[in-house]
Design a protein around this ligand. Structure first.
Ligand code: PLP
Length: 457
């Protein structure tokens, strides 16, 4: 059969990202065939609600003809133009200008990449260049957060704090350091939000002191930690950390690869905390996943310092597909859609999703409900007082993902039982309600599992 032979071909030849290769060989691939709005259809014709917008990226939703047409038009006219040799293309220039106009503060310079990982890589390279040409080459140490995710390039995977990205990869590098996450649900500083902020500030100060104040180049943070389990820092946390970085002469990098482009409400989540980072990374929602693209935003100061440092010499950082015209044409059309109703719909849908998930807070398995806008998580526990996670032996993440799938819902399941949500901004009220209802069913079914019942007893 069509899909059976695909499963065999996949098993034999396609290496899947962030997967157990042997586990995947056993379970086999689930092939998706088509999608429209917030619904994906698998090879057997089954429809599922995509509660995760692909991989937190299809913010506009699937099946926008205008995006397809923008790409097709650009492919016909000029499918590729290098941005090397002083060349360029109209959509890339227009997209850079449109993004700079909308970015916070003086983040006026945009470097286009192919996705988030190479955006993070670009920041590390440019920061080293910046610190060197301003006469501080000894500033070569980088700090990020536990539970942080900053991509899968060798450098980004080292800034990432997820064990699977380090084990057997020789990471992190000696110049990459972590401080604890401001994880309100599980924070040694307790649940008081001011105390959590104070603990983060103290941890950053202590780490800088340990490394040598003259050695630290930059601090990286996601406005909401996505792949670490949708961890929402207290309001004011990012502003406090940003201000401390300025005081300590450390660059503050906001990694908005997930939070950018309406995921939490506005175009950029750092604006909700009135933060202007020194550098900002984006990808995913930039093109809504229709084609690959990322963008690094640089402040005037960083751009000018790097530019003046090199003078007439070339600054050796670039990709064949930097500023790709087809991706840029898609980015322009996606931006137009965001600003013609999608951001607004996303904000309404986000309020409904947060309220809907909060209505599950008294379910016996729900330890924590958290999120902002269309980014949310439920953290499951078998004992609310002790915050004890689901039994690890039976791979709760796999079980929850499968159960969601069987209930017609795609979500992300993390660790020992965190359900992650990032539905498209186009979701209707009925679709948001269905996500919540199907989640309730997943929880009720999980409550029937013998090992979960035993752990609760
Ligand atoms: N940074 C953050 C915060 C991310 O969530 C991701 C991907 O999920 C990346 C970087 C890497 O982006 P990509 O997978 O496009 O390389």
């Amino acid at each position: 059969m069509f899909s059976n032979s695909l499963i065999e071909l996949d098993r034999a030849h396609l290496v899947h990202p962030v997967a157990s290769y042997r586990g995947h060989e056993r379970t086999g691939v689930r092939v998706l065939r088509s999608a429209k709005g917030a619904t994906v259809t698998d090879a057997a014709g089954r429809e599922l609600l995509d509660g995760f917008a692909g991989l937190w990226c299809v913010n506009a939703g699937y099946g926008h003809d205008s995006i397809v047409e923008a790409a097709a038009r650009q492919m016909r006219e000029l499918p590729y133009a290098t941005a090397y040799f002083g060349l360029g293309s109209e959509p890339a220039i227009r997209l850079a200008a449109a993004l700079a106009e909308r970015a916070p503060g003086d983040l006026n310079h945009v470097y286009f990449t192919l996705g988030g990982s190479d955006a993070v890589d670009t920041t590390v390279r440019l920061i080293r260049n910046y610190q060197t040409v301003r006469g501080k080459p000894e500033k070569d140490q980088f700090i990020s957060l536990e539970q942080g995710y900053h991509g899968s390039s060798t450098v980004g995977a080292g800034l990432t704090a997820l064990p699977a990205f380090h084990a057997n990869f020789g990471l992190p590098f000696a110049w990459q350091h972590k401080i604890p996450s401001p994880y309100p649900y599980r924070n040694p500083a307790g649940s008081d939000l001011e105390a959590i902020i104070a603990a983060s500030l103290a941890a950053l100060r202590a780490k800088v002191e340990e490394l040598g104040p003259e050695r630290v180049a930059a601090f990286y943070a996601e406005p909401i930690q996505g792949s670490g389990g949708v961890i929402v820092p207290p309001r004011g946390w990012m502003k406090a950390m940003r201000d401390l970085c300025a005081e300590l002469d450390i660059l503050f990098v906001a990694d908005e690869v997930i939070t950018g482009f309406g995921r939490t409400g506005p175009l950029f989540a750092c604006t909700e905390d009135e933060v202007v980072p020194d550098l900002m990374t984006t990808a995913k929602g930039l093109t809504s996943g229709y084609v690959p693209m990322g963008a690094v935003f640089l402040s005037n100061r960083i751009y000018d310092t790097i530019a003046d440092g090199a003078g007439e010499a070339a600054i050796g950082h670039g990709y064949t597909y930097s500023a790709h015209p087809v991706s840029a044409a898609v980015g322009l059309e996606v931006l137009r859609l965001y600003e013609n109703g999608l951001l607004e719909n996303g904000r309404r849908a986000g309020t409904r999703l947060q309220a809907g998930l909060q209505s599950l807070a008294d379910h016996p398995l729900v330890g924590d409900v958290r999120g902002r806008g269309l980014l949310a998580a439920l953290e499951l526990v078998v004992d609310k007082a002790r915050k004890a996670p689901l039994p690890a032996a039976a791979d709760p993440a796999r079980r929850i993902f499968d159960r969601a799938w069987n209930n017609g819902l795609v979500i992300r399941a993390f660790g020992n039982g965190i359900l992650g949500y990032a539905p498209p901004l186009c979701c209707t009220e009925a679709e948001i309600d269905a996500i919540v209802e199907r989640t309730r069913r997943i929880l009720d079914q999980t409550l029937e599992d013998a090992d979960v019942r035993a752990a609760m007893a």
